[in-house]
Unconditional design. Structure first.
Length: 284
């Protein structure tokens, strides 16, 4: 049975290769860098994929052409193969544990695994698994790379840093189709900004028609993708920023600062940021 599954995956990869969508991911049976880093999948919440969206004869591409969507396909296939290899081993072990039917929780997890395996064997990412809200936590505990939300970072030439170009538009289209996010940056501009004194950065951005560094857009897109927001605590001596999930209630938000704050929570006092700035703090 294992051989037929492997053959199916290889067949899917071969199909992509014939279509010009796969090459590097098939090297060593798909066990490349994605597999090597798969043990780290539980340490991050999203996958950020840099996409080359600029033409430059001095910067060669391994495929000899600039096709960001093809590059995405290659990376995605490598990640799917890594997930498949990991999940097949874990599912086989869990299946033995559920044979007597006594462990209900293990049976539910195995069901999630099998639903993910069906998609992965078809060459589809695990994030497409249909699941109920109450299954989300168990599904996230599987730690699958292709189950994590994706942010495509489109690296464009300087002239396209504001609105992107035709290549980045292809990436944005793909992102919209799969419920991912995409953002445009110019790595060249970002590298130049990074070495400037803070007071000179705004003048530089104004001169090239940008309101802010691309890094700001990447951060906002990441927050949006992960449904995160920031709230601030402000006092006479310091101001601190705290990151919480959208919709978090005040007691739980206070618990991010310290667990005792959540346990002893009474009420919260909030001030709109615009009002705080306009009236120069609480003293205003």
């Amino acid at each position: 049975m294992r051989q037929s599954r492997s053959a199916h995956v290889k067949c899917e990869c071969a199909k992509r290769a014939r279509e010009g969508r796969l090459d590097a991911a098939t090297v060593n049976g798909g066990r490349g860098k994605a597999t090597q880093t798969h043990s780290y999948e539980g340490r991050f919440l999203t996958v950020a994929e840099p996409c080359r969206c600029f033409e430059d004869g001095d910067v060669t591409h391994v495929e000899g052409k600039i096709a960001p969507v093809d590059d995405i396909e290659t990376i995605e296939t490598e990640l799917m193969l890594a997930d498949l290899e990991s999940l097949e081993k874990r599912a086989a072990a869990l299946e033995k544990k559920t044979k007597n039917g006594a462990d209900k929780e293990a049976k539910e997890i195995l069901d999630l695994m099998n639903r993910a395996l069906v998609l992965l064997r078809e060459g589809k990412p695990a994030r497409l698994v249909e699941r109920k809200p109450e299954e989300e936590q168990a599904f996230s505990m599987l730690g699958l790379m292709t189950a994590k939300p994706v942010l495509y970072v489109c690296n464009v030439e300087e002239a396209s840093a504001l609105e992107g170009n035709a290549l980045s538009a292809e990436v944005f289209k793909r992102a919209a189709e799969e419920g991912a996010k995409a953002v445009v940056v110019s790595a060249k501009i970002e590298s130049e900004i990074a070495v400037l004194p803070a007071e000179d950065q705004k003048d530089y951005l104004d001169a090239i028609g940008l309101d802010e560094p691309g890094l700001n857009r990447v951060i906002r897109a990441g927050y949006d993708l992960l449904h995160l927001v920031t709230y601030f605590t402000v006092g006479p001596k310091e101001a601190r920023a705290w990151t919480i999930t959208k919709g978090t209630k005040a007691p739980a938000a206070a618990g991010v600062i310290h667990s005792d704050f959540e346990k002893g929570f009474i009420r919260s006092e909030t001030i709109a940021y615009a009002d705080y700035v306009q009236y120069k703090g609480e003293s205003g």
